[in-house]
Write a protein that binds this ligand. Structure first.
Ligand SMILES: O=C[C@H](O)[C@H](O)[C@H](O)COP(=O)(O)O
Length: 221
């Protein structure tokens, strides 16, 4: 079962958490298993603090007894554990189905090590089939939509706003032949504040399929 695999991947990554660490908590259903398991360890005496990539994860962490610090006052994180929507053997990932990719990318960049946890349905030969979320300044919505369409995407405006008060454009490219080129092109659009292409951030991934966890480390793909 996918939920069993999510839990297994989360528990495997928990082995990386050490006493005294500042831990970055990702967002999503796989991270929810991590937060619950980490809460148990904290209640059992593990001395860590956390920063969270979303308001939802901060609340979930506090609810299980994890002390959550305001990331606005933090410059460096020891270890971040986060989910993904797609991940390949080179640890290129697409993230942001839950809308948290901008804060996730900031915290990943601040982290000494960033690991992804995922069930096997997220493992792909090459990223690109999933929708690529782009967080956009509401003022720039139509302009950024046009720029993404010019890059070859079918673009849909997602309902609601992010934790940062911005909107999300879900861009479907089908296949992404050159992820680095696409990431640079989106990064260059004024008003596009962040996107779900994580090409260099992920150091390792725990991917669980049918009860077995595979650890993929950067450089092994
Ligand atoms: O914005 C959401 C995040 O990038 C999630 O980490 C990602 O969508 C994976 O979520 P889940 O574990 O629920 O599939």
């Amino acid at each position: 079962m996918s939920d069993d695999d999510k839990r297994l991947a989360a528990e495997a990554a928990l082995g990386e958490v050490q006493d005294g660490m500042l831990v970055g908590l990702g967002t999503g259903s796989t991270v929810a298993f991590l937060i619950r398991a980490l809460g148990e360890r904290v209640r059992g005496g593990l001395g860590i603090e956390a920063v969270a990539t979303s308001i939802a994860s901060a609340r979930a962490a506090e609810a299980v007894g994890i002390r959550v610090r305001d990331f606005a006052e933090v410059a460096r994180v020891d270890l971040t554990i986060d989910g993904a929507d797609e991940i390949d053997a080179w640890l290129h990932a697409i993230k942001g189905a839950g809308g948290a990719m901008l804060r996730e990318k900031v915290i990943a960049a601040a982290s000494t090590r960033m690991v992804v946890i995922a069930d096997g349905s997220k493992r792909v030969a090459a990223i690109g089939a999933a929708k690529l979320p782009v967080e956009v300044l509401p003022f720039a919505r139509a302009f950024v939509t046009a720029r993404l369409e010019a890059l070859g995407a079918a673009v849909v405006l997602r309902d609601g706003v992010t934790d940062n008060g911005n909107v999300i454009l879900d861009a479907r490219f089908g296949a992404i032949s050159d992820p680095a080129k696409l990431a640079a092109a989106i990064d260059a659009v004024p008003g596009a504040l962040g996107h779900g292409l994580f090409l260099r951030e992920v150091d390792a991934a725990y991917v669980a399929s049918a009860g077995t966890v595979e650890l993929i480390e950067r450089g092994e793909g």
